[in-house]
Design a protein around this ligand. Structure first.
Ligand code: FAD
Length: 509
């Protein structure tokens, strides 16, 4: 029998456990994407436990999520104290004193159906003047100039070749989404879950009980309980894959500080002896933190480094968070799906966690079981396949930043330079080195241009290029490269300062 588009079964009771960024993105996303009459959404959060309280930098994909909800950008930015983000500046990662940007956008242009880097590599090898690789990114030029404007919708314009994301206060974002979701029928329950009941027959979760004695039953449970992983980890017992052999940082110390003039349109990540510090400029303050490896750096030392690295007066006492890099073996087990920190953790080096939440919400909406009947295991298997791809590819990209470093004589950096790599990453680096080819995924993170930014930024220069590039007359290529550099530089210099654009776009309330 064909499944019908509507069903007479009672609505599927979906219980979201946790009201951090993951919980409210899930609630809002599912409320928007699923037919109301078939799904009853309830979210439980505990004021006493609170949320992790960090997570301020995003990737451009979040714009798709917000647009899917129909959020007004200026209103959302005002509500979350948001600023624009054109990429991440990496300071001292390749070598002490080095600096490069991972920009949101493309490098150069595609000529003759060939990826741009091949033309540049070929012209560079000829000894002709071809400039430096970062000069071919419009978003990187905007970061250098400290400017911002909306992308030009005309694809022929150089000003169309970038994208952008946001820095925002994640607590305010969750609150904003909470308002959005509860207005659209999501039921919110405040309370602390003290017991999880599972069927002795099927092993499925049947209900959760609150401290107040209330019992909430459900058909599908979404675990957004943060690092606790209350349902998937603690109750379903899905194993943890530990990735600390590749990503040894296991602590973060976070402290906000007062804003300084000239709000920058990028996140900054600065390599330090025991890890790296972040700087995320919002409208009302700057978020700062130090991600470090406790095996190489004490908390006292981290505190000293962090407080020495910030621009303004600290607005609070530094706060320590502990974690381990890795993910659950599966994101969906039985009738429990984990989204957010309950499913895995990757340090915020490339601001990937909120993207991983978004990807899980969208995948889950597409694979959502129908009301009535058992959960189709093929849906679960497909979710878990996508879950593994998202996490594993992101991991490889993060590890790339560490492994290709020339910070000799510093124990953490010597360790990560010499560690054995995941096979999947070793292949990507070798392929790039030998042929100039970079990964180009159609699904998830990261795009080819992102890989190119970090591979070259970390100092990995290919020894060869695609032979098809040799067909074009060299002088023509060199001329085109010069024209491109000039267009990028002059157009970026003509844009308004980021702070001015922001003040006009969403005046501080
Ligand atoms: P949480 O925020 O911890 O929420 C958990 C929820 O579950 C809370 O509402 C809590 O009350 C509830 N809960 C837990 N147990 C119970 C219970 N027993 N009963 C009832 N409710 C319960 N991500 C980015 O994308 N960009 C960044 O720049 C970034 N920076 C980060 C920096 C650090 C140092 C860390 C640690 C993470 C960072 N992240 C970043 C990740 C980001 O913070 C998280 O992905 C995001 O906040 C989602 O968290 P969450 O909702 O999964 O968990």
């Amino acid at each position: 029998m064909q499944p019908s588009s509507s069903t007479s079964a009672a609505p599927l009771r979906v219980v979201i456990v946790g009201g951090g960024t993951a919980g409210w993105m899930c609630a809002a996303g599912l409320a928007r994407l699923l037919p109301d009459k078939d799904y009853a959404l309830t979210l439980i959060e505990s004021d006493e436990i609170g949320t992790v309280g960090v997570g301020e930098a995003t990737l451009p994909h979040i714009r798709e999520f917000n647009a899917m909800l129909g959020l007004d950008e200026a209103e959302f930015m005002a509500a979350t104290q948001g600023s624009f983000k054109l990429g991440i500046e990496f300071v001292g990662w390749d070598k002490p004193g080095g600096r490069y940007v991972h920009p949101f956008g493309t490098f150069g242009e595609r000529w003759g159906g060939l990826d741009f880097q091949h033309h540049w590599l070929r012209a560079r090898a000829s000894g002709k003047p071809v400039g430096e690789w970062p000069e071919y990114s419009f978003a990187a030029a905007m970061c250098r100039e400290g400017v911002f404007d909306m992308p030009d919708p005309d694809p022929r314009s150089i000003r169309s070749t970038f994208s952008y994301a946001y820095h925002f206060d994640a607590g305010l974002y969750a609150r904003y989404l909470r308002g959005w979701a509860t207005q659209r029928g999501v039921r919110r329950i405040e309370g602390k879950i003290v017991e999880v009941s599972r069927s002795t027959e099927t092993g499925l979760v049947e209900s959760v009980s609150l401290e107040s004695g209330a019992r909430i039953e459900g058909d599908l449970f979404i675990d957004c309980s943060g690092f606790r992983s209350l349902l998937l980890g603690q109750n379903m017992g899905v194993a943890w894959q530990d990735w600390s052999e590749w990503l040894p940082c296991d602590r973060a110390m976070a402290v906000p500080c007062a804003s300084v003039a000239g709000i920058t349109p990028f996140t900054r990540s600065t390599a330090q002896t025991g890890g790296w510090t972040w700087r995320i400029p919002l409208q009302h303050r700057i978020g700062n933190g130090y991600v470090f490896a406790s095996a190489f750096c004490s908390e006292d030392r981290a505190r000293e480094t962090l407080l020495g690295a910030i621009d303004g007066t600290p607005l609070a006492e530094p706060r320590v968070l502990r974690f381990q890099a890795g993910r659950r073996e599966r994101g969906w087990e039985g009738n429990v799906v984990a989204v957010g920190l309950s499913s895995g953790f990757l340090e915020p080096l490339e601001s990937t966690s909120i993207f991983l939440i978004q990807a899980a919400v969208i995948d889950l909406a597409k694979l959502m079981p129908r009301p009535g009947g058992a959960i189709d295991p093929r849906l679960t298997a497909e979710f878990n396949r996508l879950f593994a791809i998202h996490y594993d590819r992101t991991r490889d990209f993060l590890v790339l930043h560490y492994t290709a470093n020339a910070r000799h004589g510093e124990p953490l950096w010597d360790h990560v330079r010499n560690m054995a790599l995941p096979d999947s990453l070793a292949h990507k680096i070798d392929l790039f080195r030998s042929s100039g080819r970079a990964p180009d995924y159609k699904l998830g993170l990261f795009s080819r241009d992102s890989w190119l930014a970090v591979l070259m930024g970390q100092g990995i220069m290919p020894q060869a290029w695609d032979r098809q590039a040799d067909r074009a007359p060299l002088d023509q290529v060199v001329g085109r490269l010069a024209d491109l550099r000039e267009r990028i530089a002059s157009n970026a210099a003509a844009l308004p300062a980021h702070a001015d654009f922001l003040a006009g776009y969403c005046p501080a309330g």
